[in-house]
Design a binder for this molecule. Structure first.
Ligand SMILES: NC(=O)c1ccc[n+]([C@@H]2O[C@H](COP(=O)([O-])OP(=O)(O)OC[C@H]3O[C@@H](n4cnc5c(N)ncnc54)[C@H](OP(=O)(O)O)[C@@H]3O)[C@@H](O)[C@H]2O)c1
Length: 294
């Protein structure tokens, strides 16, 4: 199949491109910096900017399947940009007759109380849903791997003080997934027809909390940390706390941390593992791999 990866140079996209090549697909890698990537030579490069319609001419020509892996979290108006970009991509993919689109979104837990970041991820789902292609949505919580903004926050936190005063969201249940498993699911859906038009959750086998994940990451680095959740932390104080505790660009870290108030676990009725079974990587192993690669 001829497969387009939109957001091919990102944390997930770069790994997905290589996995698709290994699976025998013809791959087109698209992003603003695609020509500066070091993909193997069989990967076709398409450099362009979803913010610049002229640069998208021919993007979807001859494409059977496209993966959509775009977010604009560094921008203040990320929701507006992500809506515009998704519409622009939807129009081009529909006009070119793309058969399937796979979008990697976020698990939200409580759908009535979405953070701005998760609300925007949902909005992109509904924008893509009205395209003339079959849409498959995979929703993940934190994806563990070197280069993941959300895992870097966890990693950075464990490098700071041995005793941490943190917002009470550290107790929020979360079901992370290692990036290798996320990529295996993304590739795997192509072989399972029933995933066309479906919305699925992906995660590791076990439910964690951010607190447990912080402790695990610290242990893997040979450190011991004590976590003291503070019941009330004002948004202003949270912002200062965030600037002190992570080197992840503040504009990215803030919406991600805001989303951490929502429990993010796999809904058993939507678990992709039931439809596309893969050999799941334990979170401990995923953290080990991520730290070894960072
Ligand atoms: N990382 C996680 O923990 C996690 C968890 C759940 C869901 N997800 C979802 O997974 C998807 C991928 O996330 P990620 O962590 O891989 O993101 P990422 O590393 O930030 O990658 C984003 C990609 O989009 C490209 N891009 C951004 N703006 C663009 C534009 N205007 N035109 C063309 N390309 C553009 C970037 O390349 P250039 O900057 O070079 O253009 C990059 O290749 C997102 O939908 C995200 O919501 C991620």
């Amino acid at each position: 199949m001829r497969v387009l990866v939109v957001g091919a140079t990102g944390f997930v996209g770069s790994r997905l491109v290589e996995a698709l090549v290994t699976a025998g697909h013809e791959v087109v890698a698209f992003s603003r910096s695609a020509s500066r990537s070091d993909f193997t030579e069989e990967v076709e490069i398409f450099e362009g900017d979803l913010g610049d319609p002229a640069s998208l001419e021919g993007l979807c020509d001859g494409i059977d399947v496209a993966y959509y892996l775009i977010h604009s979290l560094t921008a203040k108006n990320f929701a507006e940009l992500d809506r515009t970009y998704a519409r622009r991509f939807r129009e081009r993919a529909s006009a070119a007759g793309v058969d399937r689109v796979v979008y990697l979104s976020g698990i939200s837990g409580d759908e009535r109380n979405l953070s701005p970041h998760l609300a925007s991820r949902r909005e992109v789902e509904s924008v893509l849903e009205s395209g003339s292609f079959d849409l498959t949505v995979l929703r993940a919580a934190i994806i563990i791997g070197a280069g993941s903004a959300s895992f870097r926050i966890v990693d950075d936190l464990t490098d700071r003080l041995p005793v941490m005063m943190v917002p009470k969201w550290v107790r929020t249940p979360c079901q992370p997934i290692g990036v290798d498993d996320a990529v295996a699911y993304l590739v795997g859906v192509l072989d399972v027809e029933e995933t066309r038009g479906g919305i699925y959750d992906i995660g590791a086998e076990t439910v964690w909390s951010y607190e447990a994940l912080l402790k695990l990451t610290a242990e893997e680095k040979g450190k011991r940390i004590r976590i003291v959740p503070v019941p009330v932390m004002s948004p202003e104080l949270s912002s200062h706390w965030l600037r002190l505790t992570t080197d992840v660009q503040y504009a990215i870290a803030r919406p991600l941390v805001e989303s951490m108030r929502n429990p993010v676990t796999v809904d058993p009725d939507r678990d992709l593992q039931a439809v596309v079974p893969i050999e799941q990587t334990p979170v401990e192993e995923a953290v080990r791999r991520a730290l070894a690669e960072s």
